[in-house]
Design a protein around this ligand. Structure first.
Ligand SMILES: Cc1cc2nc3c(=O)[nH]c(=O)nc-3n(C[C@H](O)[C@H](O)[C@H](O)COP(=O)(O)OP(=O)(O)OC[C@H]3O[C@@H](n4cnc5c(N)ncnc54)[C@H](O)[C@@H]3O)c2cc1C
Length: 539
């Protein structure tokens, strides 16, 4: 019987498992923590679907392509946007209570970079409600043993031979041991690369390691230089708390002070919808502002704030001691989303056979900049697309012997558990996060990127000697080298793209260049990171 291994149980992994189960295919869903704690639960703003009477799939496609800096694949984006209305209807059937307008239709709010109100939302907890509905649906199949969950496990590496994947090695945190799971197909659904960058708006469960390890093992990465900065976040000691774009969608205004005068700089520059320009544009304007930027939602009134922006009010009160019904919120742009990740074809297969990638860890649909609300849509759609492709795969009958590889990895783990290294892998992780934030900020230049590459190369050159801190999980130790390779690939992708496009703003190449109107792909072979450029629809 066909069996699929899914790494990650957030929105994309869960969707894929359910779609497979509906087709009678068994899957094992692996994650360190339960689905209830995945980043997808944090999404508050909503999900895009062209449901409005003044909207259409073609307008959604055009907005998505424009926002992508015209490098997302038209065919891929057409598939995504066409699926939007059906996905929202399906979520309703599963029990998601989307907010309604006065006519009783699904209410749609304005989000940045969109020509129509298109973002469906469930109060202030869209992600939570969507995940709750899917977790409940998955449970039906768990009871039938069609979906099997493995918690407390981290991905270690894929079992790959001759360009085909046969399963994966997992690290069991509690028992400090490796486990092998063979499968007819493996789906990666491990989210973004947050921890690589230190403090971001996202979950600390998503560190980028899975994509990094697969890159080391030969999988191709794509569009790594495109990192989305969200324009409105609040600094806290642990992380950057997101002030959802919904706050501006409901009418919130950005300004800075010039003496006693409020300067509504986005409206002055871009007119009435200035606060809702796409995130790359708003983040750059906030970054360029001559003094602290504030977001004002107080004038919207308590009633609207409590009904539609309650999570913004709660978050500001809890983490920043701000009463948003009376005061403006000081905001900063911060790393929020990764347009780049594992390169996939239209059916979400990576460059390795029988290995698929879905959700935020896969690079597809968003090009150089993602539209708010398109990520939840892409997580669900990609899970469905990959499941459909896997239904058509043959069962593996000719599995090679991975015994030697597995024993070697177990030996390395035992040595690491026994060792008392002085060099702190945690320290190196922090240094790399600092370096990436410094070199890959809202604006970049060749000098900084080259310096960054030199530093990362130094750490890579000594990484075999960096074992791991004996007081932290071995995971931190064995994940370090692949993470350094991923950092190197991101820096190289950013250095090679000698133009400005979407979220990639080069001080030394301030204009877009038609020569680069393509997606970048990065391959790691014989110790070299090689960049080339492709059309997304041709992958
Ligand atoms: C604060 C915030 C608000 C957002 N709001 C919106 C919004 O309103 N609308 C929208 O469209 N998008 C929004 N986004 C983006 C969106 O939430 C994500 O892109 C999307 O939920 C990603 O889903 P996913 O399934 O790819 O990953 P995730 O939900 O992040 O799930 C990843 C899974 O992989 C597991 N995992 C990670 N590493 C490993 C490993 N080594 N081994 C095994 N398992 C692993 C994790 O534990 C988790 O189960 C928001 C993001 C943030 C941070």
């Amino acid at each position: 019987m066909k069996h699929v291994l899914i790494i990650g149980s957030g929105l994309s992994g869960l969707t894929c498992a359910i779609e497979l189960a509906e087709n009678g295919i068994h899957s094992t869903l692996v994650s360190p923590y339960p689905s209830e704690r995945a980043q997808s639960v944090m999404a508050a703003g909503g999900i895009n679907a062209a449901l409005g009477s003044d909207d259409s799939t073609s307008l959604h496609i055009e907005d998505t392509l424009k926002s992508s800096g015209n490098i997302a694949g038209r065919e891929a984006v057409t598939g995504l946007c066409s699926a939007g209305p059906g996905i929202v209807r399906r979520l309703e059937e599963l029990g998601v209570v989307f907010s309604r307008n006065e006519n009783g239709d699904v209410a749609l709010r304005a989000f940045g970079g969109q020509s129509r109100n298109r973002t469906a939302y469930a109060g202030a907890s869209s992600g939570k409600q969507i995940m709750t509905a899917l977790i409940r649906e998955a449970r039906k199949y768990e009871c039938l043993d069609i979906i099997n969950r493995l918690l407390g496990r981290q991905f270690h590496s894929a079992l790959i031979e001759d360009g085909k994947c046969y399963g994966a090695l997992l690290y069991n945190e509690k028992e400090c041991k490796m486990e092998t799971v063979y499968a007819d197909a493996v789906v990666i659904a491990s989210g973004g690369q947050n921890v690589l960058f230190g403090k971001t708006t996202g979950s600390m469960q998503c560190d980028g390691y899975v994509a990094a390890k697969l890159y080391e093992q030969g999988a191709r990465l794509k569009n790594l230089e495109f990192i989305q900065y969200h324009p409105t976040t609040v600094e806290t000691p642990q992380k950057r708390m997101l002030i959802s774009e919904a706050a501006r969608g409901e009418g919130g205004r950005l300004y800075y002070m010039d003496g006693d005068r409020r300067v509504y700089f986005m409206e002055e520059k871009y007119g009435e919808r200035g606060n809702l320009m796409s995130r790359d544009i708003v983040s750059k304007c906030v970054y360029d502002a001559p003094s602290q930027v504030y977001l004002d939602i107080a004038f919207l009134g308590k009633k609207l704030i409590n009904s539609r922006l309650s999570e913004v009010a709660e978050l500001c009160s809890k983490y920043a001691d701000i009463d948003v019904t009376k005061e403006s919120i000081p905001v900063y742009p911060s790393v929020h989303f990764f347009m780049g990740g594992l390169a996939v074809s239209r059916d979400h297969k990576t460059s390795i056979d029988n290995l698929y990638a879905v959700g935020e860890c896969a690079s597809m649909y968003h090009g150089a900049n993602r539209l708010g609300g398109n990520s939840l849509l892409a997580a669900i759609y990609s899970g469905q697309v990959a499941a459909k492709a896997i239904c058509g795969l043959q069962e593996s009958t000719d599995r090679p012997d991975f015994g030697e590889y597995i024993s070697a990895q177990e030996r390395v783990l035992e040595e690491r558990l026994a060792s008392k290294s002085r060099f702190s892998a945690v320290y190196v992780r922090h240094e790399i996060a600092k370096l990436l934030n410094d070199c890959l900020g809202i604006t970049r230049n060749a000098e900084k990127l080259t310096e960054g590459i030199q530093s990362v190369d130094y750490y890579i050159s000594i990484s075999d000697k960096l074992i791991y801190d004996s007081d932290v999980s071995p995971y931190i130790g064995y994940s370090l080298r692949p993470m350094l390779l991923l950092a190197r690939a991101i820096l190289t992708s950013a250095l090679e793209r000698r133009e400005t496009r979407g979220a990639h703003i080069r001080e030394d190449y301030p204009e877009s260049d038609s020569e680069f109107a393509l997606c970048s792909v990065c391959d790691y072979k014989d110790g070299e990171h090689r960049i080339s450029y492709v059309n997304e629809d041709e992958l």
